[in-house]
Design a protein around this ligand. Structure first.
Ligand SMILES: [Zn+2]
Length: 437
């Protein structure tokens, strides 16, 4: 079974080390000139800069120097491992290394605990050194074949665009600069269930890694944009503990994935946009709505409140006296025009011209340089949410400098500097404006 997690990148000077771990041996570099033991493998001795180094095999005995237990909020590929113990251990050879403590209950780990080397075969090329309790009574037994099979099938079900069930994910447009993510449970008015939340998080993290994409369009299939959390998934009292985790964590993680995807996320509200659906829209950078769309936060009608960022975000997204009305009234029939007049939306277009106007806007923004869009998003987010004006100005200044010294921007500036004198200043400006993309 191939791991989904990142595996070490092997460099010429670490090759020997990783070859040995494959044989379940742990090598430490030894400097022939000053006698130092060195870890992680280096090109030169950090103590005396000698290149005269050989390898010794470690005995594999160590002691826990410090540790932490990871319970939540890790990269999704590591989710299946939770909870796990991340530790620094001191080897008898005088090396301190970061590793995991395995085959042990997290609550049984302590500082000073004696541990010994073990290996995890994570890929055909790679085995990772980890540590387990030296005291066999503290070890938990290896998982049964059944447990291993269950874990494997869980990993195989990790979402990716080929097996999305609740959303569609397409990259297209000029230069493949536009990613369209469509909520795709039209028979449920695109209500968000657990699977959809997981797939949305995956999709937004995935698109972050694609440099050519500058714009993500988020929309809904069928007649609605999204009507919020699927009521089927709301917890019974018995499931409270478990599901509350889901409601608060994954709902919030969807917002975070949108905010941190480093693309301009444009929300295309094609129909009803209610409760959690409106909250997802609030996490986007721009919101365009069809005139016939109906909107609102209905949570208070059930005695709760918008809990996926809505109660916190709405008053930051529009004048607060209007935000309060939306949240307290529980109305689900605000028209898009009304919401626009109250200061919430970017723009509203009549139904018959919505698609063409929206496309025009997306194409225009998608033609800009993705890195400039990304920095614009970051600087504006800092300024609104995070900090005082001086700090925001500093972030802006750094961003602008970084952008200005990009080679393609400099090439255009050079052209401008070299342009013949007879061009008017205005003509030069126009040339620049059309060249920088
Ligand atoms: Zn040395």
């Amino acid at each position: 079974m191939e791991t989904q997690k990142p595996i070490p990148v092997i460099q010429p000077w670490t090759e020997e080390f990783w070859k040995a771990t494959k044989q379940h041996k742990f090598l430490i570099q030894h400097c022939s000139d000053c006698g130092s033991h060195i870890f992680f493998p280096k090109k030169v001795c950090p103590e005396c800069w000698s290149e005269n180094m050989d390898w010794i095999e470690a005995g594999g005995k160590a002691e826990v120097y410090t540790f932490t237990v990871m319970l939540d909020m890790v990269e999704p590929k590591f989710m299946a491992d939770l909870p796990y113990v991340l530790a620094m251990v001191d080897l008898d050879e005088g090396i301190r290394m970061t590793t995991r403590i395995v085959n042990c209950k997290p609550e049984d780990v302590f500082i000073g605990m004696k541990v010994e080397l073990a290996f995890q075969d994570v890929s055909p090329e790679c085995s990772l050194p980890v540590f387990q309790p030296a005291d066999p009574s503290l070890r938990i037994s290896a998982p049964t074949d059944e447990e291993t099979a269950a874990a494997v099938s869980e990993i195989e079900q990790l979402p990716n665009p080929q097996n999305y069930q609740t959303i569609q994910y397409e990259i297209g447009g000029k230069n493949n600069a536009v990613c369209t993510i469509t909520l795709n449970r039209p028979d449920k008015y695109n209500a968000i269930n657990r699977r959809m939340a997981t797939e949305l998080i995956d999709a937004f993290r995935r698109v972050r890694e694609i440099p050519a994409v500058g714009v993500v369009v988020l929309t809904g299939a069928g007649k609605a944009f999204c009507t919020g959390g699927d009521l089927e998934i709301f917890p019974s009292l018995a499931e409270h503990q478990n599901s509350l985790n889901w409601l608060s964590h994954e709902g919030l993680d969807v917002q975070r994935a949108i905010a941190s995807c480093e693309k301009v996320v444009i929300c295309k509200i094609n129909g009803h946009c209610l409760a959690g659906g409106l909250e997802v829209a609030l996490a986007c950078d721009l919101i365009y709505a069809r005139a016939s769309a109906k909107m609102g936060t209905t949570e208070i009608n059930m005695g709760v409140l918008p809990g996926w960022g809505g109660t916190a975000r709405l008053p930051r997204s529009m004048p607060i006296f209007r935000a309060r009305e939306i949240i307290f009234s529980g109305r689900k029939d605000y028209s898009a025009e009304e919401m626009y007049a109250m200061g919430l939306l970017t723009r509203v277009f009549a139904d018959d011209e919505f698609e063409s106007k929206f496309e025009e806007i997306v194409n225009n923004i998608a033609a800009k340089k993705p890195i400039a869009l990304r920095m614009g998003k970051e600087i504006m987010a800092r300024s609104v949410d995070g900090c005082d004006i001086e700090t925001a100005l500093a972030v802006e200044r750094n961003g602008i400098q970084w952008l200005t010294y990009a080679p393609d921007v400099q090439a255009v500036m050079d052209q401008f500097r070299a342009a013949p004198d007879q061009l008017t200043h205005q003509q030069k400006q126009r040339n620049i404006a059309s060249d920088i993309k």
